[in-house]
Design a protein around this ligand. Structure first.
Ligand SMILES: [Cu+2]
Length: 314
């Protein structure tokens, strides 16, 4: 248990330094808005292990169309970098720490592995997760609307390759500058809301077949044992899918977690990645008849109320 406590202590420092300044979006989320126009999208493309997207984007609301043209499940998430820190610092100073820790865990030495994560550079605790898509299956598109603060960000994906290497160490990290100038984009009109509270997901609105815009409100944020905060991913479950296998897979520090191939019968359809308490983001999806679940990227999602199964009928 000692290593878990130690890890949690490090993670807590990270969390409490990550206070956000997202005040203005609260004003926006209650106002009447129109559907986002197609030409307002910022496109992100992945063909293999990279992000192709603009180097500079406006601040405020942006809708991202993430085309995952690769053979792997990926996601994108923005992390606001601390003053004076660039993606180079991440690559040279943080990635090797994650790699060393994960290699030790994979070698059956979890205590040494978690101890290694304690070598993270001091600035790491000041990096602020700022939202992103949920996991998205190969040859699929995730549409996410996020509110971004100005400043230098990294855009990253840390799903693991079959070898156990994080995608971020294989090239899936990109520096993006978010300008002071705000976009003209308005958030989309939601058909459903998912409130993330202390006790988990609170979902409202009909889950019928057809187009949906989910508005995710992070009412209470929390740091979990794996450094991640509460978020939401939508998955389609074929009859062969085992929800318990999926729940275990969502934990990146498990040697079998967050690694491709994804569990049998599971297809990821996007969602809303880690963001701060008080923030709101949107994701759009066309629901076809079948079985689905909303799940967070955290250990023991079900007992935390962060795993919800539902069915869409014809
Ligand atoms: Cu990836």
């Amino acid at each position: 248990m000692k290593f878990k406590l130690c890890f949690l202590a490090i993670a807590t420092i990270v969390f409490f330094n990550c206070k956000n300044e997202k005040k203005e979006q609260i004003k926006l989320q209650d106002t009447e808005t129109e559907e986002v126009k197609k030409d307002n999208y910022i496109e992100i493309i992945t063909r293999s292990m990279e992000f192709q997207m603009p180097d500079t984007i406006p601040s405020g609301w942006n809708t991202f169309k993430y085309n995952n043209l690769a053979n792997e499940t990926h996601f994108f998430r923005f992390v606001k970098l601390p003053e004076g820190i660039t993606v180079e610092n991440f690559i040279n100073e943080a990635d090797p720490v994650f790699e060393e820790g994960m290699d030790l865990i994979n070698a059956g030495k979890p205590e040494e592995g978690f101890a290694a994560f304690g070598k993270m550079p001091e600035w790491f605790s000041k990096a602020i997760p700022s939202g992103g898509s949920g996991l998205i299956a190969p040859s699929s598109t995730a549409i996410s609307t996020l509110y971004l603060e100005p400043g230098l960000h990294s855009v990253e994906c840390y799903v693991k390759m079959p070898s156990g290497k994080f995608h971020s160490t294989m090239g899936m990290v990109k520096e993006v500058y978010v300008l002071d100038t705000k976009s003209n984009t308005e958030p989309p009109k939601a058909t459903n809301t998912i409130d993330i509270k202390e006790d988990g997901f609170h979902i409202s609105g009909d889950l019928k077949k057809g187009e949906h815009v989910f508005q995710v409100n992070i009412i209470n944020q929390k740091l979990h044992e794996n450094f991640a905060t509460s978020d939401v991913h939508l998955v389609k479950l074929e009859s062969i899918a085992d929800i318990n296998v999926l729940e275990a897979w969502m934990v990146w520090y498990d040697p079998k977690g967050f690694i491709t191939p994804v569990p049998n019968g599971v297809k990821f359809l996007g969602g809303y990645n880690d963001d701060n308490e008080g923030s709101t983001g949107y994701f759009q999806v066309d629901l076809k008849p079948g079985k689905y679940a909303f799940i967070a990227e955290v250990p023991n999602a079900r007992e935390k109320g962060l795993l919800n199964e539902f069915e869409v009928t014809d």
